[in-house]
Design a protein around this ligand. Structure first.
Ligand code: TLP
Length: 345
């Protein structure tokens, strides 16, 4: 199968499996797993943050951050297609007791401007509005099609937010993709953010795991919440060993996924009934609208499956994500199949 549903489907490389087999381990609930400790130190160094915590999933990393930055009854501001709002099962309201204030990005890029954020803030309106407690950003922006936010855009939002005493959390599930696309370090892309979550288990290829980064006190508190949420794992160095390779090796080859995604986008842009601005595809996510095709997104995905290709239907759109288990040849095969399916009907 050519699996374009997500970059979460990557299988660990042979090098990762070897490292997993010989990983030194200890009990990570006691903070005694040397491989986890090494991964946490490496991640903190790369991002220029005080400390890092290995968490089982990106969702848990994000939700611990939301919990720690807010108090019940607060509101968090996020772009309306943000993952924390749309795909984390309402956890902000369940765990942190906060309300989400989704904000539209007028440019359609998913990257909010300060003016857009500012118009949604609730500051000093104590008796009738939920106070804004946190701003959540996402880079790259998944549902906006892997779009990227520059270091300057992020820094401006952080500066303005901090001037109002508001913290900023960055969902950087795919920040290494953004870093590759912008030729900018992940440290710069997340410089003034109070916390950052990034995934080892997406395009970086590790089988499991995400990292939450921030100040030392924040990470100490995050460790308590990780345990509360059932994420205190034991000899988890076997996973961290794969994470170390994902962190050190895979960023070097993410450009290949981006080239494949651009080729895919340019190919689908030529198909009848398909709408996509291929120029906007900067990373590894390709989302195209098929409202004008004669089949629904689910029907197209079902037919693609008959050709051995997996993709995700999202309403009137289809999402395809490239990763290291998808080759240029796989992209050509996918384009041929799509052409056949769409033009047949
Ligand atoms: N994204 C998944 C699905 O949940 C949609 C995917 O296939 O893209 N932040 C962002 C921006 C994400 O895209 C995801 C996962 C997460 C957080 C959550 O990570 P996990 O799946 O590890 O909880």
């Amino acid at each position: 199968m050519i699996d374009l549903r997500s970059d979460t489907v990557t299988k660990p490389t042979a090098e990762m499996r070897r490292a997993m087999a010989k990983a030194e381990v200890g009990d990570d609930v006691y903070a005694e797993d040397p491989t986890v400790n090494l991964l946490q130190q490496k991640a903190a160094d790369i991002f220029g943050k005080e400390a890092a915590l290995f968490v089982p999933t990106g969702s848990m990393g994000n939700q611990i951050a939301v919990k720690l930055h807010t108090k019940p009854g607060d509101e968090i501001i996020i772009e309306e297609r943000g993952h924390i709002f749309n795909y984390e099962m309402g956890t902000p309201s369940v765990v942190a007791g906060v309300l989400i204030r989704p904000v539209k990005s007028a440019s359609g890029s998913g990257i909010l401007t300060w003016a857009e954020i500012e118009s949604a803030l609730h500051i000093n309106q104590p008796y009738y509005a939920c106070p804004t407690g946190l701003i959540c950003l996402e880079n790259s922006h998944n549902l906006a099609g892997g779009t990227v936010m520059t270091a300057e855009q992020c820094a401006e939002i952080c500066d303005r937010a901090h001037a109002l005493d508001l913290p900023v959390h960055l969902d950087g599930a795919r920040i290494f993709n953004a870093s590759t696309a912008l030729n900018e370090s992940v440290a710069e892309l997340s410089k003034n953010c109070d916390s950052v979550q990034f995934c080892l288990s997406k395009g970086l290829g590790a089988p499991v795991g995400s990292m939450l980064l921030g100040k030392r006190d924040f990470i100490e508190e995050a460790r308590v919440w990780r345990k509360r949420l059932g994420g205190g794992m034991r000899q988890v160095g076997v996973l961290a060993a794969a994470g170390l390779i994902a962190l050190e090796e895979t960023p070097k080859i993410l450009n290949v996924d981006h080239e494949n995604a651009r080729m895919l986008a340019e190919g689908v842009a030529n198909l009848k009934g398909v709408l996509i601005d291929a120029e906007r595809v900067a990373t590894n996510i390709v989302i195209f609208n098929i409202s004008d095709a004669n089949l629904s997104s689910s029907e197209i995905c079902a037919k693609l499956k008959e050709h051995g290709i997996l993709a995700s239907p999202f309403g009137n759109s289809i999402r395809m994500v490239t990763h290291y288990d998808v080759s240029r040849k796989d992209v050509e095969t996918t384009l041929r199949a799509l052409k056949k399916i769409i033009q047949q009907f």
